[in-house]
Design a protein around this ligand. Structure first.
Ligand SMILES: [Zn+2]
Length: 339
């Protein structure tokens, strides 16, 4: 993939087709017209039966999630190997004190040298055999390290949501699958857009975890991998991703509907290269929850304008609630659709 940021807009018979080839995420196609929008919702081929909608709907504390996001952003840029990066690692670890945490540390060989990488995994046990993973990266883009870029939406927003999810999950045996929260590291590329293929220079942390868990047999127990990325944006429009598992995306859509948040989900379809691919490629059902239209034509993405004022408590709330409701539906789907 050409890593140069090329965003072209073509008008075709009343349908706006946006072709984007980006370093970090490959937004292959986004269509918006009344007819195209209907066509791009793309339900999975086999319609799935959802368990009845019973029990209280989940509700995270959106204000508390926002406070976490602000705290993380306040450390400043947090590229790999920086003192700020270490401060954010410590910040996350401190919030998880007392929880069962697996630290996955290793040295990544990157085009610009060797760097320490630190994935943080908090594990909340459930009564059912199997694991649901919810992941977010927390590092910021390395080539932007000498700018004021703090990745408020890209990295911080979802790291804050995961910290709030931890508050909702700890202190009890979950009535369903175990949930593992993963703050993965070194997601961002190390060299600028034009110099290297994104997939050859990114996803260092999550790839290490997928390989490790494949080797030790953990991966077989993972029922679903849910990735959260760039979904704190106040103008929230989560994409349906063609690189994700269709039935799992359907479950996310159902969760959104039950909460009355469906207008924020799946009006667009994209094809996104993101942290879910190492799990997806190893046969784990995966869903990337990403809103890859951050400002008009994604103008705030990977710029110093990715700041907290572009986010909202409501969006953090919506994203967190939908993730928890997705887990709740998965817990009650027996059996889960085939991989
Ligand atoms: Zn990024």
């Amino acid at each position: 993939m050409n890593r140069a940021k090329a965003l072209s807009t073509v008008l075709l018979a009343g349908a706006l087709v946006v072709l984007a080839c980006d370093r970090d995420k490959e937004a292959a196609q986004s269509q918006s017209s009344s007819s195209a929008a209907t066509a791009t919702t793309q339900p999975s081929i086999e319609p799935i039966t959802f368990p009845p909608d019973r029990g209280p709907l989940p509700k995270i504390d959106g204000d508390r999630a926002m406070q976490y996001v602000k705290d993380i952003v306040k450390f400043g840029p947090r590229p790999l190997g920086s003192p700020n990066h270490k401060k954010v690692e410590d910040y996350i670890d401190t919030r998880l004190k007392g929880d069962p945490v697996e630290d996955d540390t290793f040295t990544a060989k990157t085009p610009v040298g060797d760097f320490p990488v630190h994935n943080i995994v908090a594990k909340y046990p459930g009564t059912k055999d199997g694991i649901i993973i919810i992941a977010s990266h927390y590092d910021t883009n390395y080539p932007l390290r000498n700018t004021s870029y703090v990745g408020a939406n890209d990295g911080a927003s979802t790291s804050g949501i995961l910290l709030e999810l931890a508050n909702q999950l700890r202190g009890k045996t979950l009535d369903g699958y175990s949930v593992w929260l993963v703050w993965d590291d070194a997601e961002e590329a190390m060299v600028p857009d034009t110099e290297m293929d994104f997939m050859a220079d990114s996803l260092y942390g999550i790839t290490h975890l997928a390989e490790k868990w494949q080797a030790d047999g953990t991966l077989k127990k993972v029922k679903a991998f849910i990735l959260a990325d760039m979904i704190g944006d106040s103008d929230l429009d989560v994409d349906r991703d063609q690189n994700s598992t269709p039935w799992l995306e359907d479950v996310v859509g159902e969760a959104a509907k039950r909460l009355g948040y469906q207008s924020h989900f799946f009006a667009r379809t994209n094809k996104v290269s993101d942290d879910h691919l190492p799990f997806m490629n190893r046969g784990v059902p995966s869903a990337d929850l990403i809103d890859f239209t951050y400002g008009y034509n994604n103008v705030f993405w990977h710029t110093p304008q990715d700041t907290v004022d572009k986010l909202s408590v409501t969006s953090l709330q919506i994203s967190g609630d939908v993730i928890l409701e997705t887990v709740r539906i998965l817990d009650k789907m027996d059996p889960l659709p085939p991989k």
